[in-house]
Ligand binder design. Structure first.
Ligand code: ZN
Length: 183
């Protein structure tokens, strides 16, 4: 058992000939979650989105957040505490807001889970409820998610009504800030 007897063959993923190219005009970054998430890119501002490649039961872990780095609040950042924000640095950033989301981003456990009330199906849009992590968003927007329970103007949890937030799982720092606000 000599340590020199290491197979020098590179992993098959390193051979560029295996890549299937349907578009030759743009070189896109490597997918970071190729087995679970597909990015649907759009030239429109904020038009890109993500869809699920897997079906998972309600409440199960979709992905661990492993590539986050501390960051200033920005439209791409996610809040992790009362004064802390991260950049995801992965395709998870393409999970858009929805008022009827498929995922919860748990920024304390650093994991993304399927929402508790509904199974995730392959092909579903991957979305989360931004005020579940964001207290006061960098860029507010008018939501067009189409959900029956759409909240309309989304600018973070700070200015939302308690009964509007009650239907969602919220990160601990949002729960804490809501309690302080109510006191
Ligand atoms: Zn909405």
């Amino acid at each position: 058992m000599s340590p020199i007897a290491v197979d020098p063959t590179p992993p098959s993923s390193a051979t560029p000939t295996s890549a299937t190219t349907t578009s030759t005009t743009t070189s896109q970054p490597e997918p970071t979650h190729p087995t679970i998430l597909r990015v649907l890119r759009s030239a429109k501002a904020f038009g890109s989105s993500a869809e699920s490649l897997v079906s998972l039961p309600a409440g199960s872990v979709f992905a661990k957040i492993t590539t986050a780095t501390p960051a200033k609040k920005a439209y791409t950042s996610v809040q992790t505490g009362r004064d802390t924000h991260i950049e995801l640095n992965s395709d998870l950033v393409f999970c858009n807001h929805s008022c009827d989301p498929s995922l919860n981003f748990d920024m304390h456990k650093m994991e993304v889970r399927v929402v508790d009330g509904r199974d995730l199906k392959q092909g579903d849009a991957l979305t989360f409820f931004y005020p579940s992590s964001e207290w006061d968003m960098d860029q507010a927007f008018q939501c067009n998610c189409g959900a029956a329970n759409c909240k309309g103007y989304i600018d973070g949890a700070q200015r939302m009504k308690t009964n509007q937030l009650a239907e969602y799982w919220l990160n601990p720092h949002i729960e804490e800030l809501l309690k302080e606000n109510a006191a």
